[in-house]
Design a protein around this ligand. Sequence first.
Ligand code: ME8
Length: 527
Amino acid sequence: MQERKPFYITTPIYYPSGKFHIGTAYTTVAADALKRYKLLQGYDAYMLTGLDEHGQKIETVAREKGKEPQQYVDEMADEAKRLWKTMDINYDDFIRTTEERHMKVVQEIFDYFMDTGDIYKGEYEGLYCTPCETFFTETQLVDGKCPDCGREVKPMKEEAYFFNMKKYAKKLLEYYDSHPDFVKPDYRKTEMINNFIKPGLEDLCVSRTSFDWGVKVRKDPKHVVYVWLDALTNYITALGYKSDDDHLFQKYWPASVQIVGKDIARFHLIYWPIFLMALGLEPPKTIMVHNWIMMKDGKMSKSKGNVVYPELLINRYGLDATKYFLLKALPVSQDGLFTPEEFVERFNIDLCNDLGNLVNRTVGMINKYYGGNVPKYNSDKNEQDKDLEKVTINQKNEFVNKMNELQFSNALGEIWGIISRCNKYIDETTPWILAKEENKEKLDSVMYHLVQSIRFVAVLLQPFMPETAESIFEQLGLTKSEYKTWNSLDEYHMELGNVTVIEVGKPLFVRLDKDAEIEYIKDEMKK
Ligand code: ME8
């Protein structure tokens, strides 16, 4: 048997500073969809997620709740795992930065950088943003406030260790140049070059003495390792890098795709590859930076009362509809918007009208005209048959292109391209008239083509909406696994054998009362 190719996917490790909302969930939902897609294509896909548990911000939140930081992060880790279970996230490992397997290696990495001279001791004076755990220079501030979160910064001075970023600036630019797939979408790379590298990369302060909830520097334990150096290394410590058993590291590194939100692009596109270069390791093949899901009045925040939690949508509208909305909502080049109106609209139009009705009508017609048995292929009989085949295959190929570029929203758009063409095909071929005219040959052809094109839809939907895809297969009687494989898409006219649809179609999605549901979501958001 052919060896399956490794494909390593990571999400950022989340700060357990509060409940995860639909925005934060996006990265993980996208990583999960990518993993399922790669599994479908026969890769040995491996996905990592986890929690970023150190740093002053977490310590403060824990203390505010009257808890020891360790107790607090333990509870949050349980909660995060519960959410990912509810969302059916198919991860392979969940790393926590407070785990021994991680901390030990962070210390070793720090020691190593001290030995090579990449880390040196100095003094830091600057403006510090506590929630972001980041020092800024005056010029980096926006209106005198933190450029990342917009909050107050305060002057701080401390003895600290620094990482020699300057030394690697040229090497990083060369790396960008020679690895065009390293950053997706491409414009994020330009931003890094123009905003941070060209103006001159500063050495990075990589230790703190103002608090001690972190990994201690082994040779100088009054210092703790800067939370970003600690956090970024999770992607390799989880694989057993520098441990007694590093077979996962040998197998999966360099990562195939690391998915991150735009706010942490700088850490991943600049510091992370530089740390790896300094360790003599290869940077990941691709870092994908996504935009944010925004609300009408800006960022989601508890104080604004505009936060949407995934459970709200999942419990009422189902997991697949929730995932569909999230993945569809984020275009490549700008932020996406969540509004209750848009959610209900997408549910009713895309899921109920376009997809649900197509499957339902097809199952209904095959029952009505054929007692449930899908007719066999005997060459194209309608003018439109060839076009439906062509569109189905073209959209599938475009889907692959979009997935290669990690454009999830556009990839879904290609699937809906097939769905729309199928609906138009029904209107054009008017099966009810063919039945009345007893034009059996043409009617056979219509039903057969619909089943084949919907089969393509269901196969392509599997990574995104697994339950919906399964229900389509079941309703069409395509229950054998051979109908569901990636390779089954090589041939439009795959031999289906004797296939029988279910007797009574089940609606995939039930149409929502628009006004009532908009009201419902708005009320729940206020809670
Ligand atoms: O940044 N829309 O963790 P985090 C889309 N611990 N994505 C969003 C979002 C929104 N409205 N809000 C947040 C951290 N995100 C660090 C990572 S990795 C070594 C350390 C995304 O919990 C955000 O962009 O603040 C990030 O990708 C993820 O949620 C976790 O953010």
